[in-house]
Design a protein around this ligand. Structure first.
Ligand code: EPZ
Length: 415
């Protein structure tokens, strides 16, 4: 991606459907032999990867419109989620619960580490075992058997989003009551529970720390509209602020962005909520902030990299602490190469500003780091070249088209 920076962004831009909402909901369609129709599905690499995964398991899974998907798992003819798929997309591990609930067995590759950390699955395994599954680890795969899943009580050491989703999907068709304590409270959990309920599941407490699921024997097909993406919305807010622009963002799920809009406000970003849109401008001077990423409703780790780019422009010293992943500062090195003044010590990064960002050739390492480099490029003088932007295509739909419509000079060229 080639960006000629220094242009304030102006105009109106829509937020697409949420990747982290869509992926578990697509996989939940395995829990029924009836068709599931999803709308407002974002056109992302990870969604297409998931359709491939579902097809490999025997389901029909295809795009039926620009942002519409039908998944019909009439029958399951394979119980294997292979390494090459799970390695590229960790969310594939979420097929474990549904396959066990539907078929009583599953062979799912463990995801292994990724750029941002070790990404263990022990909380998924512990929860599924609590429902009566027998689980072994062989040759890098989880081999699970459960002739019948029975409701049980699960305590999550930390409120893992994926573990909460995997266990919730398994419990939806287990016999009896399951309680998940210290469950993740992310909006993605609430959306998954809403879709499962539309299929006939009995779930209470989604969005709180205790979720209770009463298993049912059958789940029906359903129609569901994917909620808009809170992380994309936050990223677009930063784009308006870092370029000193004035942008109206439509369909932003503001009710899920309290921690983000509060922190941006502290940093001197002007945010005005209107009818179905939010207007974002940079105030006179950006101010430094203290930022800690936390489980929802705290500040989301998926917006930490974007905030770091913004805070290089604040007048003063900011402190960012990443508490969710152990290696999520890779973008910092590249921001430093562009002129950012950032010093890291373990889970903490100290950002001094304002720095004049200069365009430079940089490399994306993971999805949200890519966005942070795009944002820095938009603010930097002259030209920034970002390599390996395939990371970006995993989680942002038509990003350069959206930014171009706001006046950014951004082009995608063959690497
Ligand atoms: C989801 O990942 C999101 N992905 C991530 O977004 C997001 O950063 C993360 O939640 C935290 O909010 C999707 O929803 C597809 P976790 P997930 O399980 O479920 C540890 C993006 O950029 N942990 O809540 O994998 C884990 O190592 C992606 O869109 C265990 O120790 O996250 C991490 O430190 C990146 N054992 C912490 O918990 C487990 O069994 C949070 O992980 C599971 C997780």
């Amino acid at each position: 991606m080639i960006i000629h920076g220094g242009k304030p962004l102006h105009g109106t831009v829509p937020v697409s459907g949420s990747k982290n909402t869509a992926l578990p909901i697509l996989i939940a369609a395995l829990l029924t032999d009836e068709p599931v129709r999803l709308t407002n599905v974002p056109r992302l690499r990870d969604v297409t990867t998931t359709l491939g995964l579902l097809t490999g398991l025997g389901a029909e899974a295809r795009w039926t419109g620009d942002n519409e998907v039908v998944v019909h798992a009439r029958k399951i003819c394979s119980h294997v989620a292979p390494y090459e798929l799970v390695k590229t997309m960790r969310a594939s591990f979420l097929v474990l619960g549904p396959l066990l609930a539907r078929e009583g067995r599953a062979r799912v590759s463990t995801p292994g580490g990724c750029a941002i950390g070790a990404r263990p699955v022990n909380l998924h395994i512990g929860g599924i075992r609590a429902l009566g599954a027998k689980i072994q680890f062989r040759h890098g795969y989880v081999e699970a058997h459960a002739p019948e899943l029975k409701g049980g009580r699960v305590w999550l050491d930390n409120p893992s989003v994926g573990a909460t989703e995997n266990i919730m999907m398994a419990a939806a068709r287990a016999s009896g009551i399951t309680q998940i304590e210290n469950a993740a409270r992310e909006p993605e959990i609430v959306h998954l529970a809403a879709m499962l309920s539309a299929m006939g599941a009995r779930i209470r407490g989604a969005g709180t720390h205790v979720i209770e699921i009463e298993g049912v024997a059958r789940l029906r097909g359903c129609e569901h509209q994917i909620a808009t993406d809170r992380i994309e919305a936050g990223s677009l807010m930063v784009a308006a602020a870092i370029t000193g622009g004035d942008v109206a963002i439509t369909d932003a799920p503001l009710e899920y962005l309290e921690a983000v809009t509060t922190k941006l406000g502290e940093a001197g970003v002007l945010i005005e909520a209107g009818e179905g849109q939010v207007r974002v401008r940079r105030g006179a001077n950006l101010r430094p902030v203290e930022l800690r990423t936390l489980p929802y409703p705290g500040f989301p780790t998926d917006l930490q990299a974007q905030m770091m780019a913004l805070l290089t422009q604040a007048t003063g010293t900011s402190v960012i602490t990443e508490t969710i992943f152990e290696n999520r500062f890779m973008h910092a090195q590249e921001l430093i190469r562009m002129g950012g003044d950032i010093v890291m010590k373990g889970p903490t990064a100290v950002v001094r500003g304002p720095s004049r960002l200069q365009g430079a050739p940089v490399m994306a390492t993971d999805l949200r780091a890519s966005m942070s480099l795009i944002l820095a490029g938009l603010a930097a003088e002259n030209t920034t070249e970002i390599g390996r932007v395939y990371h970006l295509d995993r989680g942002y739909e038509a990003l350069e088209k959206k930014l171009k419509s706001l006046g950014a000079q951004i082009e995608r060229v063959p690497e």
